[in-house]
Design a protein around this ligand. Structure first.
Ligand code: 6PG
Length: 232
């Protein structure tokens, strides 16, 4: 399956991916809008950024969030604050998220986005995505009708795995970004990578890969599996 404007980079290690993406972030203008995913991959990447970003400061948003207190270990925004924003004394004006309220989380985030993006649909400068072993991305899960919603800015979704209640940027917003970076690391991602490259199933990440925007897919050797590694 040929995906448009996709570059696949097979890195020697996740550290190289972190440093390469830090260089991309450092080249952004200060008003740039960047959305970052959560999960274990970005927990590792963010720690590399913490030591590599220097004085770069851009407007940071979460791609998705679990509806849990920020103080808990499962919060994506809490991870970003603890591991990147607080240690780098990130300006409050560039921390673009809202206190999660149980019933109003998606609307609250959408209201914030409407203050930032004065256009019919947000267009982020850069969106960082991970991929679950089931092919989900953000908090858009396989088989969900959410995948067909190309107009909602923010959706409240249900994860098959706890924490179940999520909010997420909608597929239309993700597919409209100026650039999308997808990072897959670890051996547990090799099987789903094979499905993705074959575009065998209508996986959420496949819908993203079919979008006509600049995309880079970073792989470490474990996720790349049969695909041979090369320098970044
Ligand atoms: C989340 C993430 C999610 C993540 C993938 C991959 O809230 O969990 O936003 O989309 O990127 O599930 O997660 P891992 O990096 O932990 O495999």
């Amino acid at each position: 399956m040929d995906f448009p404007k996709l570059k696949i980079i097979k890195a020697k290690a996740i550290e190289d991916i972190g440093l390469k993406t830090a260089d991309t972030l450092k080249a952004l203008p200060p008003h740039a809008t960047v959305a970052v995913s959560g999960g274990s991959t970005y927990k590792k990447i963010v720690r590399i950024w913490r030591d590599a970003l220097g004085g770069a400061r851009f407007r940071l948003f979460p791609v998705d969030e679990r509806v849990v207190p920020f103080s808990g270990p499962e919060s994506n925004w809490g991870m970003l604050e603890r591991d990147l924003l607080d240690p780098l004394d990130w300006p409050l004006s560039k921390r673009c998220f809202v206190e999660i309220m149980e019933g109003d989380a998606a609307h609250a985030y959408q209201r914030l986005l409407k203050k930032v993006f004065d256009e019919p649909m947000p267009r982020f400068d850069l969106i960082f995505l991970g991929v679950g072993s089931d092919g989900h991305t953000a908090s858009l899960f396989p088989g969900s009708r959410d995948l067909d919603d190309d107009t909602s800015w923010v959706l409240q979704t249900q994860s098959p795995n706890p924490p179940r209640k999520r909010i997420t940027l909608g597929m239309g917003v993700i597919r409209r970004a100026r650039q999308i970076v997808i990072i897959m690391t670890g051996p547990e991602k090799a099987p789903v990578l094979g499905k993705i490259l074959a575009a065998a199933d209508p996986l959420p990440i496949v819908r993203v890969l079919k979008s006509p925007v600049q995309k880079i897919l970073f792989l470490d050797p474990d996720a790349a599996g049969p695909l041979g590694p090369n320098e970044i």
